[in-house]
Ligand binder design. Sequence first.
Ligand code: GDD
Ligand code: MG
Length: 341
Amino acid sequence: MQAVILAGGYGTRLAPLTYTKAKPMLPLLNKPMICYIIDALPSGTEIIVASNYRNDEIEEYFEENGINAIINNEPQPLGTGGAVKYAEKYIDGTFLVLNSDIISSLNFRKFIQYHMKKEAIVTISLWPVKNVEEFGVVDILSDGRIRKFVEKPSKEQAPSNLINAGAYCMEYEVLDYISPNKFVSMEMDIFPKIIDDGKPFYGYTFNGYWIDVGRFLSYIEATKILLKEKGLKYLVGENCKVSGVLKTSTLGNNCEVGKNALVKNCIVYDNCKIGENVEMENCIIAENCVIEENVRLKDVVVGEEERIEKNAIIENKKIWSKPLPEGYPKKQIGNPLKRRK
Ligand code: GDD
Ligand code: MG
């Protein structure tokens, strides 16, 4: 069976981190997030990575780490549906489609079995949330059949609190619904069409955890959950020098944390220097940053190669002092909240 991992798009909600790194390569406990999805797949699954923006990073990492996958690069982002169609030549039957910014305890074997038992053409994984507006929401019958799918509805329009958890099991015939070489959204264009056609479209709920890592706070939340799962209070990469205190945080390789510094609920990438007496909470610091002494940071995201001058007090801010990388969109394009005109 093949699994198409949707790893394209610019990850605009995670800028400035995504100015210098592909979203699926952002580290979670010092390992690219895409690896968690790959590790959870049943052995023998053929992996197709649907990518575009910064695809060479994914390719390079897979090569270096012996991860076997087809990297299928779209000439330009084709959307969540267009990217699957673009992988058609590699698909030969029932297949999986997976968002790459989700960490979950979904058991793929049970998920596939459920899909087979229901004789569905599409089965999507579902998860309950309070705020449904940023997700795809379903209207589901008691036997699991979905009769409506609405992408990013208003609170009033949302048919339930069950959202699309970003993993699908599909039959080959779904590919016939998608026009080739065009921007197509699976959620907006294809799912509603399949349901309207009266085809068996099912939802699968599961227990455990589900986190959308495509947003800052949930990225930090995912780190905390994974640390807890592994029984770790924090994680320190290779060749680090830690004199301060780390709480539920991760530190990449070659980092320094000075005396009396407190790093709480933070993700720090490789090669960062955190000075003495720094206090940081709920922060993400990208590679090669220097946070000078006595700095206070709360809810701050610092892009690659930035320096925060000593004694600075910063709250709730994204730090990026350089020009936007060439070609990076000014606003979200992949799967926007509102349909593009
Ligand atoms: N190859 C490719 N090409 N991948 C893409 C493209 C594209 O043009 N656009 C987006 N992706 C990838 C993203 O990298 C991500 O892994 C996945 O497709 C979904 O896109 P997002 O941009 O992250 O969508 P979202 O978070 O707004 O909404 C989606 O995820 C929710 C769950 O987190 C939808 O599937 C919702 O229905 C769902 O509830
Ligand atoms: Mg997302």
